[in-house]
Design a protein around this ligand. Structure first.
Ligand SMILES: O=P(O)(O)OC[C@H]1O[C@@H](O)[C@H](O)[C@@H](O)[C@@H]1O
Length: 311
């Protein structure tokens, strides 16, 4: 295993060389802009540090997992648990895990692992380029178990994500995708949501029946709802009053939005979350899952996208 020191001059502008990550795989040789470094992060896991004029972010190659995004002049938008485990095996608790190629137990009950294997896999870094808006665009890929996933992350004043999944096997398959986004909040119990009223949801538990969300959703404890939204639900606004901001989640080609928080009792059962941390986040998870899962013939693909912005 090759350990790279944080200050190594070779970590920026890496051209034509291969870096090893702690799981033994070789990262793709890519050229990095000067505002980007590929460094060992927590647990020695390879991580892209992006400090562009328009925004800051950290992306682990393990899970293609974004653990931090700070738009320039703003505050951290993503919650990452103080007890998150960075061992290259367990999914990182917080940030934006990708649920792929299934969500939860899967539309066809494919689990384990819960939420698919992408968040526990090391992704390949394909390219890192600057954007005209002062940001950085990162492309990552993962080919595994007959699927090919391509993930484009644009870090700037907004965080723009585009994720696609292709069937590269000879049989038809079913695929699901979700951005399992942990939004950092000053106080969940004082947070207002808008955009989900009028949508239909099902509680994420066996035997649950479908219901209509009559009023705007207020989450003050445990919540685990899978929404199917129309156009109106493409923009969900999360008013984080303690931080004097509204986080706006805009999605495309993603008919579902999962809203999840474990509440105090649920949080106490997680070894990778402090008991009092449940009030510091809300998961708003755009995706295409369950009855909307994509049926993919060989060679077919589908994609979902999400933009986070702050007002
Ligand atoms: O602990 P995990 O596998 O990261 O899942 C956390 C939660 O993820 C949410 O997306 C699900 O709706 C919840 O049911 C689940 O508990």
């Amino acid at each position: 295993m090759l350990k790279l020191p944080l200050n190594s001059p070779n970590l920026t502008n890496v051209v034509g060389m291969s870096l090893f990550n702690p799981t033994g795989q070789i990262s793709h040789a890519v050229s990095l802009p000067s505002c980007v470094a590929l460094t060992p992060g927590r647990g020695g896991l390879e991580r892209l540090l992006i400090d562009a004029p328009a925004g800051y972010a950290e992306i682990y190659l393990f899970g293609a997992h974004i653990t931090s995004w700070v738009p320039r002049g703003g505050k951290e938008v993503l919650f990452t648990s103080s007890r998150a485990v960075f061992n290259g095996q367990k999914a990182i608790r917080g940030g934006i895990p990708l649920c792929l190629p299934w969500f939860g137990v899967g539309a066809l009950h494919q689990a384990p692992p819960a939420h698919g294997w992408a968040r526990n896999s090391v992704w390949q870094l394909r390219s890192v380029v600057t954007t005209d808006e002062g940001g950085v665009r990162v492309t990552l890929s993962l080919e595994k178990n007959g699927f090919y996933a391509l993930y484009e992350v644009t870090v700037g004043e907004k965080l723009e994500l585009n994720l696609s999944l292709r069937n590269v096997q000879s049989e038809p398959v079913v695929g699901e995708l979700t951005f399992h986004t942990y939004l950092r909040l000053y106080d969940l119990t004082a947070t207002d949501l808008s955009g989900l009223a009028g949508g239909e949801y099902i509680d994420n538990e066996p035997g649950a029946t479908r219901a209509k969300q009559e009023h705007e959703l207020k989450v003050a404890g445990s919540c685990d709802r899978i929404f199917t939204t129309g156009e109106a639900g493409n923009v969900v606004r999360v008013r984080d009053s303690g931080n004097r901001r509204t986080i706006v989640v805009t999605k495309h080609d993603a008919p579902n939005t999962v809203v999840w928080n474990p509440g105090p009792r649920g949080a106490a059962e997680f070894s990778d979350m402090a008991p009092d941390e449940w009030v510091q986040f809300l998961c708003v998870e755009p995706g295409r899952i369950r009855e909307n899962a994509a049926k993919l013939e060989p060679g077919e693909s589908f994609s979902i996208s999400m933009t986070l912005s702050v007002e």
